[in-house]
Design a protein around this ligand. Structure first.
Ligand code: CIR
Length: 254
């Protein structure tokens, strides 16, 4: 069974963290409609969707991906790089305990799940403004005994590693070579985004389908041209909070 954990759009999303974007008004009702549509898409793709509540003390709650890294063998609850997001982790940890043994990133480590890309047994950890070397080191110590090869990678000009590169198959990635070194992914099939579409490297793989925003039609055409099945989901209101499709869920096999 595939489980997708999601989290409510906070009434306080207007106070979200912003790093690369200028603050613009966010319509909570529109954001919630888009989020519900996203959840419907995950259900249609076979996921059992469980939404966790949130309050106005956690503006970025909807971006649940950042609070945990779920591997087949265990789950790691993160210590988000933004202090305002640390209150998000406890409810997610509690939920994950139903499915996995759970451990945590401890100080001085910081980590956002958006910086952790798992492709098969390789784990790339983006060193970013949110994830530090101590966090990466802890993940490496925890995951290596299960046979994962963990390596760090520098991201530039974007928030998270998964803003720059995501897995679209067991051995395939979608990436923006301006934000991450493409050579690091030479072992995989690489699909580059259309250069006119910054932000298009974030696709959520659910089974054999890619959940992908309609904001990036040229990259979508590239993906479909390479044989990928794409399901369009508009997350434009959440994108004003620097969110994208991977960050709104934790999808794993139960
Ligand atoms: C933040 O800055 O933490 C949120 N406003 C956006 C987080 C997006 N998360 C992700 O891409 N994994």
């Amino acid at each position: 069974m595939l489980v997708a954990l999601t989290r409510e759009v906070s009434p306080a999303i207007a106070r979200c963290e912003l790093t690369h974007l200028t603050r613009t008004p966010i319509d909570v009702a529109v954001a919630r409609r888009q989020h519900a549509e996203y959840e419907r898409c995950l259900s249609a793709l076979g996921c059992v969707v469980t939404r966790i509540d949130a309050g106005d003390e956690m503006p970025d709650s909807v971006f649940i991906e950042d609070t945990a890294v779920v591997l087949e063998e265990m789950a790691l609850v993160t210590r988000p790089g933004a202090v305002s997001r640390r209150a998000e982790v406890s409810a997610v940890a509690e939920m994950l305990r139903m499915y996995r043994r759970v451990t945590s990133i401890e100080p001085p480590g910081t980590m956002d799940g958006g910086d952790v890309l798992v492709v098969n047994r390789r784990v790339f950890v983006g060193l970013s403004t949110r994830t530090n070397a101590a966090g990466a080191e802890q993940l490496s110590r925890i995951a290596m005994p299960f046979g994962y090869a963990v390596e760090t990678i520098t991201v530039r000009e974007c928030l998270h590693l998964k803003s720059a590169v995501t897995a679209i198959g067991d051995d395939a990635v979608l990436l923006d070579p301006r934000w991450v070194d493409a050579e690091r992914f030479a072992a995989f099939e690489v699909v580059e985004i259309d250069p006119a579409e910054p932000g298009a490297a974030n696709a959520l793989r659910v089974g054999e389908t890619l959940v992908f925003p309609p904001a990036f039609p040229r990259t979508r055409a590239r993906l479909e041209g390479r044989g990928y099945t794409v399901c369009g989901v508009d997350v434009s209101e959440l994108a004003k909070a620097e969110g994208a499709v991977t960050c709104c869920s934790l999808v794993f096999r139960a």
